[in-house]
Structure formats: C-alpha cells, structure tokens
Design a protein around this ligand. Sequence first.
Ligand SMILES: NC(=O)c1ccc[n+]([C@@H]2O[C@H](COP(=O)([O-])OP(=O)(O)OC[C@H]3O[C@@H](n4cnc5c(N)ncnc54)[C@H](OP(=O)(O)O)[C@@H]3O)[C@@H](O)[C@H]2O)c1
Length: 273
Amino acid sequence: MRTLQLADKTVPVIGQGTWRMGEDRHQRQAEVEALQTGIDLGLTLIDTAEMYGEGGAEEVVGQAIAGKRDQVVLVSKVYPHNASRNGIPAACERSLQRMKTDFIDLYLLHWPGSYPLEETVEAFERLREAGKIGRWGVSNFDVSDLLDLNNAACATNQVLYNPQERGIEYDLLPWMQNVAMPLMAYCPIGQAGDLLSNPAILEVADRHDATPAQISLAWVLRQDGVIAIPKAVDPLHLRINAEAAQIDLSIEDELLIDSSWPAPLRKTPLSMV
Ligand SMILES: NC(=O)c1ccc[n+]([C@@H]2O[C@H](COP(=O)([O-])OP(=O)(O)OC[C@H]3O[C@@H](n4cnc5c(N)ncnc54)[C@H](OP(=O)(O)O)[C@@H]3O)[C@@H](O)[C@H]2O)c1
C-alpha cells in the first residue's frame, strides 16, 4: 500500500471511516470485525468523531483496536460546540475513555464553529503538551478559514472529495499541496450513491477490470498528498478498497471522468455533508 506522512506518522493512503457505525447494537459485532479486517488488510488509519453515533462509533473503534493500538493511527474529531478552552480537554477525555486508549494521534476540529480559533488551538496545544494527542488539525475548512487559522502546526484538513464533488481542485487542494498539508478526503466513494453507476466510471472500471468504487478511490488518490477514508462494513468492500491504491488512471480515463464532472473553472463554496 502506498503511504504518506500524516501527523508525524507513516500512514496508508487508504484508511477507514466510521460514520454510521455505533448506531445500532445489532450491527456492533460486524462493525468491530470490519475494522479489524481492515487493519489486517493494511487500512491502519482509522477516522472517527465524537459525533458519530454520539460516541457509539468511538466505542466500536475501542473494541476493534483492543490489543492492536500500536498498529493503528487514530483520528478523532471534536464538535465545534465543545471546542472551547475547557470543552476540548473534557471532550478529549470522553473520547479516550470510549476508545479505551490514552492517546489520539490526530485530533480535529470537526467544522468551523463560534469559539475563537486561537482558543481552540491553545486547548489543542495543551492536550499535546499533556501527551493526550499527537497532533491537531481541522475539517471542513476552506482556504479563507485556513488563512484565518494561519497556523503551520495544523496537520491536516479533512474535506469532501470525490469525482462528483471536485470544487476543492480550484483552490483549496492546490493551496494545501503548496504548504505540504495532507488532505483527508471524506466520502471518497460518494457514499455509494449514483456515482457508482455513472457510465464514465463504469467504462473506466471495465478498462481496469476494477469496480466503480475502486475507480472513485483511484481518482481521489491520483492527487499528491491525498488520503482517502472510505467507510465499509462489508468484508468484500474492505478487500476491494484495500486494492484500489494499486490502480493508475490514464489521461484517457481522467478525460472520460471529466466529461461527466468537469474540473472547476471558478471558486465554489466548500461542499460539506
Ligand atoms: N469530517 C467530516 O465532516 C466528515 C463527513 C463525512 C464523512 N467523514 C468521514 O469519512 C468517512 C467516509 O465517508 P462516508 O462514510 O460518508 O462515505 P463513503 O466512504 O464514500 O461511503 C460509505 C458507503 O459506501 C459503501 N462502500 C464501501 N466500500 C464499498 C465498495 N468497495 N463498493 C461499494 N460500496 C462500498 C459502504 O457500505 P458498507 O458499509 O455496507 O460496506 C457505505 O454504505 C466517514 O465514515 C467518516 O469517517 C467525515
């Protein structure tokens, strides 16, 4: 698996998302086993958040990484309404307890909120000094937000990116590449929606003897400094996703995908889900 440097760690360019996990106790065992299968396949970067399942996803992660903490790079996110001087350490402590660990490798502000960024950053830095987190970063920040943040210690920005949602190619992605800040691409297979039945994606998949999800992942990963974090519970999906980093798209493949979703020619507001 191709790797890159994120938060002072070497990580695979494909990780595992956890949104929608921890919401249904009947699914819990399957979700735990899925994350463990993913780790065994090399998808050792796990992305979660206090928001997912209101802590349920972090509990699933905790079960999945028991006895395997050292193999995993753990990313979690704090709600903006908790991103205050006192709110951040309390939220982090709850996340650590749910994940049954004493350390989060990378802790992100989930989206821009109303607390001053200086206050949030100061609280992140205190957690770092206390050895509770390795690095901190942000999510759903546009270029203007990163300029407001103006802090070279920010380890990543996690944003929506897939062939249907490529507005960031106009300015945000080049801006991040220019300062060597890795981008974590969420919903990299479009939440398994109509992206996967698009004729251009199907034709490119046919050319590579691959699946549409693999083509979407390969397309996201054609950019330097990008990590994709697909979520999968189905073990077959995990195996398929783990192989996607091996696919190199040709110029002809990219042009065909451009014909369905052209590259942006002007600034558009950052899309979020
Ligand atoms: N920072 C943010 O604001 C934010 C927002 C959204 C998401 N995220 C993060 O990004 C992660 C990924 O985004 P997402 O979960 O919304 O969407 P996604 O990864 O694009 O899609 C997940 C869906 O795709 C299915 N799937 C996975 N692999 C597949 C394959 N090879 N073939 C066909 N279907 C496949 C999954 O099914 P099964 O589960 O049944 O396998 C699931 O229904 C999240 O889980 C979360 O960690 C962050």
